[in-house]
Design a protein around this ligand. Structure first.
Ligand code: SIN
Ligand code: FE2
Length: 220
C-alpha cells in the first residue's frame, strides 16, 4: 500500500517511529535523529572550520538572518545573481567539506521511513539560527530532480516550523520542532512553501543559544 493511503493512527505506530502526517507525502518523524544528534552536533564545528558560517545575500539584496554553510559534493548558495548549487564555496574558493557517511545514512533512513526509498543526498545545507533569526516562506526548487525528497533535521533550540501550501498565499500551519525531529517531504508535497518563525531566546544543553538545521537534498 503506498504511504499516502496509510491511515494516520496506523502510520504513527508502525516500526516504533512517531509520525505526524502533514500531507500526502509530507511527514514529521518525531525524534528520529535524537540518537545520532550528538554526532551531528559534533560535526558542525568540523564543517565550520573548513567552510565558516556566513550570512548570505538574497537576489533581492537582503542579508539573511540565518547563517549557513554546507557539506557535500555541492552546496546551496545565494547572492545578487540568484540561488544555485555550487561545488565551490564562494567564501573560501575551495570545495565544501565532505558529507560524513553517517549523515547520508541517517537521511536515507529517514527518507525510507517516510516512504521514499533509495535517497542518496549529495548536498547538505547547514543553517544556524540565533534568537530573532527567521526564514521566510519559500520553496526548495533549485534541485535538478524534484522527484527526490527533502530531509530536514532539527537540532538544538526549539522552533516553530511554518508549513504552508503550494501557493505562497495559502494557509500556513505552525509545527513545533525540537532537537532530533526530522521532516521529510516529496512527491506532490515537494514544492510546498515552508519557513521558520523568529527563533525564541533559549539555552539548549547540546547547542547553547543556537538552533541548527541540516537540510539534505539530491541537488544534481
Ligand atoms: C530550510 O527550509 O532551508 C530550513 C528549514 C529549517 O530550518 O527547519
Ligand atoms: Fe527550505
Amino acid at each position: 500500500m503506498p504511504p499516502e493511503f496509510i491511515p494516520l493512527a496506523l502510520a504513527q505506530d508502525q516500526d516504533g517511529v512517531r509520525r505526524v502526517v502533514l500531507g500526502a507525502r509530507a511527514v514529521l518523524l518525531r525524534g528520529f535523529a535524537r540518537e545520532c544528534a550528538p554526532e551531528l552536533v559534533a560535526a558542525i564545528d568540523a564543517i565550520a572550520v573548513v567552510s565558516p558560517f556566513r550570512h548570505m545575500v538574497t537576489p533581492g539584496g537582503w542579508e539573511m538572518s540565518v547563517a549557513l554553510t554546507n557539506c557535500g559534493q555541492v552546496g546551496w548558495v545565494t547572492d545578487r545573481t540568484g540561488y544555485r548549487y555550487d561545488a565551490i564555496d564562494p567564501a573560501t574558493g575551495r570545495s565544501w567539506p565532505a558529507m560524513p557517511y553517517a549523515f547520508a545514512d541517517l537521511a536515507a533512513e529517514a527518507a525510507e521511513a517516510a516512504g521514499f526509498s533509495g535517497f542518496r543526498p549529495d548536498a547538505c545545507l547547514v543553517n544556524r539560527y540565533t534568537p530573532g533569526a527567521r526564514l521566510s516562506l519559500h520553496q526548495d526548487r533549485n534541485e535538478r530532480d524534484l522527484g527526490q525528497p527533502i530531509v530536514s533535521v532539527s537540532l538544538g533550540l526549539p522552533a516553530i516550523f511554518l508549513w504552508g501550501a503550494k501557493r505562497r498565499a495559502g494557509k500556513v500551519r505552525r509545527i513545533p520542532l525540537i532537537h532530533g525531529d526530522v521532516m521529510v517531504w516529496g512527491g506532490p508535497d515537494r514544492l510546498t512553501f515552508h519557513g521558520v518563525h523568529f527563533l525564541a531566546e533559549g539555552e539548549h544543553p547540546s547547542t547553547g543559544g543556537y538552533r541548527f538545521n541540516f537540510t539534505f537534498r539530491r541537488a544534481l
